[in-house]
Design a protein around this ligand. Structure first.
Ligand code: ZN
Ligand code: ZN
Length: 231
């Protein structure tokens, strides 16, 4: 039996009426993951070997910077940068004389792999996949949760994808068919309505509509952005 540790935060997020229950949960999990690496774990040798190797992406390094612990961050950056310099030096030497172009390509590939890693993203990815499985489980087992999800504001597209992938391993047969119907129907409806709001927003800039009601379109652009790419 899988752990269902996200049942309470998912139910709470649903009851709060947020724009996407998974966004609400991800926001919390992301801060937890940043706190984890900024906290005591940074002094654990195996964690440090991992963060030295993976580093952090732009978004998460800026979040760590904003966490307000420059010494803690400096300790991690010190050994991580040491590793970067070592890797670049090693690749730089490997190309040999008269092989400048090959050398540059190899060096660029190495740099791409250095920049591409993020310890926070990797940690978060695992938690989010479990949370998406948990959401599908609640949809399957808790009629009240299912009803509330049906009447909720839906999911953003990145989280819709995550939940669809989770459903294909959590459910099978008739239940999976039912879930596919559910997700396609509710998400299409939500996107159509949002599209209408964005469309009306553009029409409001037509002189002929200047006195017309905004309807539900005043905040249509930020709502559409969040639904398309998450927060
Ligand atoms: Zn979302
Ligand atoms: Zn990241």
């Amino acid at each position: 039996m899988k752990e269902r540790i996200y049942s309470i935060p998912l139910t709470d997020a649903l009851n709060e009426g947020c724009d996407c229950v998974m966004c609400s949960l991800e926001d919390k999990l992301e801060h937890d993951a940043v706190d984890y690496f900024m906290g005591a774990s940074k002094m654990e040798p195996d964690v440090r070997i991992m963060t030295n190797k993976k580093g952090f992406c732009r978004r998460h390094l800026h979040m760590m910077e904003a966490a307000g612990s420059p010494l803690g961050l400096a300790l991690m950056l010190d050994t991580h940068m040491n590793e970067i310099v070592g890797r670049l030096e090693k690749k730089g030497k490997a190309g040999g004389l008269f092989a400048a172009k090959k050398n540059l390509v190899a060096l660029a590939d190495e740099l791409e792999s250095i920049i591409g890693g993020c310890a926070v993203c990797d940690k978060l990815k695992g938690h989010l996949a479990d949370a998406a499985g948990n959401l599908v489980y609640l949809w399957d087992k808790e009629p009240d949760f299912r009803k509330k999800l049906e009447n909720s504001k839906g999911l953003c597209l990145p989280h819709m994808l995550l939940v669809m992938r989770a459903a294909s391993s959590e459910l099978s047969g008739k239940r999976l068919d039912e879930f596919a119907d559910f997700i396609v129907r509710t998400q299409t409806q939500m996107l159509e309505t949002l599209n209408e709001d964005v469309n009306w927003f553009t029409k409001k800039f037509d002189y002929n509509n200047k006195d017309a009601d905004w309807k539900n379109s005043k905040d249509a652009v930020p709502r559409a952005v969040n639904k398309l790419v998450s927060f």
